[in-house]
Design a protein around this ligand. Structure first.
Ligand code: ASP
Length: 446
């Protein structure tokens, strides 16, 4: 039994949903289907989930949300009409909106979930209309129990036994991605892009033979195709490599989606709904081809560095703990923390800072830790070179630094410390494209 998850672009309109129908029809093992909300139909289009988030803002600020609601409803209407399925689904979506908007207390995650929920009802009805016996299954019925962390839920371990029971239900099961329920029955969503997580949870729960993740690219590429034209495709990569690459900027697969499948050893394939005959990219536990040690180069902008230096920091017991406690008090999480004898740099996502909390962090560090220097600098980009076997290969760091030097890019930070599959470079965000192009050339072309 396979789990097939279809992302936003695969269910963006009726044409795409018909392709989904063909894919399901062509393999009777595809019994568990997880869907996203309709995504972008063209480059400047807006995803349904983004429209729902905008609707919430309008609803909260002035209670005027009719315009956005009409836009959302007409998108669903168009899909339903073009697929020639029952118009009662549209009435149901309208009713869901009214009940969620009138619910006290208002649950914004429930509003966000309408995209996925409606998408699953539409796909299920369409499958029946083309002769595939299918049922819509709500995540509560499926047994997806999550923590009460709105917009950032985590799966509870007791879910998996419950999910296993879905195997007994006859026909194809269509499950909306992106959300689950707390033990008290409250709807909570995963973080953005979280339908990948649902797919992985279902695959782990039903002990699938394969988790197929259908998206709109032929494979995972070794580098961002917006920076390097026609980069090399990655045929196979390990869970560890995929997680590092996703976390560091590859947007094709959610970085939290691998763990459930990985823990139960379920292979994952990333495929294109528009070219389903192509093999795509496989994510596996171990790969034989060890000699190609660097598989991908990920990058992302929007980081800040909190730099603290103090002579004899290495001897001061509790210095690090106190520093991280200050960040914790301000609700700031960190990404990396490379350190020296007398210095510590903490890399933080820029969006976590406001002028208020930034000032407060600096003041508290000065007052409580008496450093020689403390500063926060913005505009940092991180590059992650990823590959298993990299740490046993001589010359990787030299190759990378040569590539950066050759295009005059100043390296602000290097971290190879803790992970055995990645090496990180911090550079000025304005240098990013040049740096990536040069690194790509060094590792994949020369
Ligand atoms: N629709 C949600 C989002 O846009 C979840 C997903 O598509 O995976 O974040």
């Amino acid at each position: 039994m396979k789990v097939a998850k279809f992302g936003g672009s695969s269910v963006a309109n009726a044409t795409q949903i018909r392709k989904v129908g063909e894919i399901i029809k062509s393999d009777s093992d595809r019994k568990f289907i997880v869907v996203s909300a309709p995504g972008k139909r063209y480059k400047d289009d807006t995803k349904i989930t983004d429209l729902l988030i905008n609707l919430e803002k309008d609803f909260r600020t002035n209670n005027q949300y009719e315009n956005i609601l009409n836009t959302i409803m007409s998108r669903f209407d168009e899909i339903i009409q073009e697929l020639q399925i029952s118009p009662t689904i549209l009435d149901g979506i309208q009713e869901d909106f009214l009940s969620i908007l009138n619910q006290q207390p208002f649950n914004s995650d429930a509003l966000k979930s309408i995209g996925e929920d409606s998408s699953a009802k539409i796909v299920s009805s369409y499958l029946n209309s083309i002769g595939i016996k299918a049922h819509y299954i709500n995540p509560k019925t499926a047994g997806i129990l999550v923590s009460d962390e709105p917009g950032n839920a985590q799966i509870l371990p007791e879910s998996f036994n419950q999910i296993y029971k879905l195997r007994e239900i006859d026909g194809v099961l269509v499950i909306p991605g992106f959300f689950g329920y707390t033990v008290d029955g409250k709807l909570v969503t995963f973080s953005r892009g979280g339908s990948d997580i649902t797919g992985s949870i279902i695959a782990a729960g039903i002990q699938a033979t394969l988790y197929e993740n259908f998206t709109d690219v032929d494979s995972v590429y070794s580098v961002n195709p917006n920076i390097v034209k026609n980069p090399k495709e990655i045929k196979t990569l390990t869970y560890k490599e995929m997680r590092e690459l996703s976390y560091a900027g590859f947007s094709v697969f959610h970085d939290e989606a691998l763990i459930p499948a990985f823990k139960r050893g379920i292979p994952v394939t990333i495929k294109n709904t528009n070219n389903p005959h192509l093999p795509g990219t496989s994510v596996v536990a171990t790969k034989e081809e060890k000699n190609k040690c660097v598989v991908g180069i990920a990058s992302d902008t929007g980081f800040s560095t909190l730099y603290v230096s103090k002579y004899l920091m290495n001897r001061e017991l509790g210095f690090g703990r106190k520093l991280f406690e200050i960040l914790e008090d301000e609700n700031i999480s960190f990404e990396h923390a490379p350190s020296g004898i007398d210095d510590l740099s903490v890399i933080i996502r820029e969006r976590q800072f406001t002028s208020d909390n930034e000032k407060k962090v600096i003041e508290r560090i000065n007052y409580e830790l008496h450093p020689d220097t403390v500063s926060i600098k913005h505009g940092l980009a991180l590059i992650m070179i990823v590959g298993e076997g990299m740490m046993n290969t001589i010359g990787i760091a030299q190759k990378a630094t040569n590539a950066l030097t050759s295009v005059n890019v100043n390296i602000k930070m290097i971290n190879q410390g803790s992970s055995d599959v990645s090496m990180m470079f911090g550079i000025e965000a304005s240098d990013l494209e040049t740096a990536i192009q040069s690194l790509y050339k060094a590792f994949f072309e020369d």
